[in-house]
Ligand binder design. Sequence first.
Ligand code: HAX
Length: 434
Amino acid sequence: MSKLKEVLASKIDDHRKRTTRLLKEYGDVKVQEITIAQTIGGARGIKSLVTDISYLDPFEGIRFRGMTIPEVMEALPKPEGKDYPYVEGFWYLLLTGDVPTKAEAEEVVEEFKQRRDIPQYVIDVLRAMPKDTHPMTMFSAAILTMQRDSKFAKFYAEGFNKMTAWDPMYEDALDIVAKLPSIAAYIYRLKYKNDEHIPSDNSLDMGGNFAHMMGIDNPYDDVARMYFILHSDHESGNASAHTTHLIASTLSDAYYALSGGMNALAGPLHGLANQEVLRWLQGVMDKLAGKEPTPEMMKQFVWDTLNSGQVIPGYGHAVLRKTDPRYQSQRDFCLKHLPDDKIFKYVDMLYQVVPDILKEHGKAKNPWPNVDAQSGVIQWFYGLKEYDFYTVLFGVGRAIGVLANITWDRALGYPIERPKSLTTAMLEEIAGIK
Ligand code: HAX
C-alpha cells in the first residue's frame, strides 16, 4: 500500500469517530434558520454540506486544509528549480490534511505516471465526435466513457461494504486524476493542432508532462501546476463540487459523478466564465481596432454590457465579498512574468473600473473579480489562444478537489442527498399571505 493510502486509511478511522459522535449525541442541535429568500434563491447560504478539505470565508477567500494559497504554495514540495509545487503533493494534502515530504509527493508522482495513459477506446470516442464539438463536451464524454473501468462500480456489483467503499472510490479517483491531463492535451491537439499529438514524457510530473503534451514551452509547466492547484477546490457548495457530490451520494461511481460535475462547470455563470472573459475582451479589442482603450472607453464597454442585460464575466461571487485570492495569485504571476502584456493591461484596467460600476449598478452583492477574470490572460500569453478550451483546464484542476471530496464522502458514509421542496402556496402560508 502506498504511503498516501496508508495515511488516508488511518485518518479515516480517526475521523469517523467525530462524525458518528456529532450525529449520535448532537444530531438535534440547530445549525441555522432558513428564510424564504434562501429557499427560492438557489439555496444561497444554506449550511447543509460538510467538508474538511477546503473552507471559503467570504472576506478571506479559500483555505485548503486550513492553509491560504500563499501558505500552500510555500509549504508543498516543488520539482527541482520550479516555482510551483507538485500537483501530486497537493493531492496528498487535500486527501490527508498533511503536507507531504518531497519523497512522499514523489511517490504519488510515480503512482500517477503508472495510471496516466488514456485507453484507446476513449481516443476512438473523441475522434468520432464532430470537430466543432465544444471541448467541455469532449472532456465530459471522455470521463463518462471510462466508466466501464470503474473499480467502485465493480465493488458494488460484487457486494457493497459501507466501511470499505472509500477504497475503490479512491482508486477510481486516482485513475481519473492521473489521466485527465492526458485527455485534456489530447482534446486540445486533436481540435486545434492538426491532430498532431505529443507522447507523454515519463520523466515529468503532472504539470511538466501536461505542458509537454500541450506543446507549450516552460514556464508553462509552472502555469499548469499553479492553475490546477488554484482551481481545485472551493468548498462543497459550488455547482461543480455540489453536482459531483450529489451524484456520488447515490453510490454512483466517480466517473458518473465527475462527468456530471464537469457539465455544471461548463455553465457561463460558473467555470465557462473564464472563456467568456476572453471572448468579451476580444469583442472590446475588435471594436477598438488596435487602439489602446482609455479608462473612459473601458467604462463605456462595461456599461454597454450591463445595459444590454448581460453580466460582466469574471466579476461577482455567490459567497466571496472581496477580491478572490485566486485572482490575486494569478495577478501576482502576471506582474512577475507578463507585466507589459496588452491583455493583462486591459484586465488590470477592468480591475480599476468594474467594481465602482457594479456598485453604482447596484445589483451584484460582490463587485470584485473572481478567479476567472485573470486566468485566460495567462493562457493567452503562453500561446493558448483557443479560449473555448479554458474551462477544460479549470476542469482538470476542479477534478482534484471534487474527487478528494467524494472519496471522503464514502469514507464517512454520507447518505444520499435529498433536500425537501415546498410549493409556492406553502411559502405564502408561511409568510402569512392571505
Ligand atoms: N455582472 C452583472 N450583474 C451581476 C454580476 C456581474 N458580474 N454579478 C451578479 N450580478 C447580478 C446578478 O445577475 C443578479 O441580478 P438579478 O437580481 O437581476 O438576477 C444580482 O446581481 C444579484 O446577484 P448576486 O447575489 O450578487 O450573485 P449570485 O450569487 O446570484 O451569482 C455569480 C453569482 C457568480 C453567478 C454572478 O456574480 C455572476 O453572474 N458573475 C458573472 C459570471 C462569473 O464570473 N461567474 C464565475 C463565478 C466564479 C466561479 O464559479 N467560477 O467558476
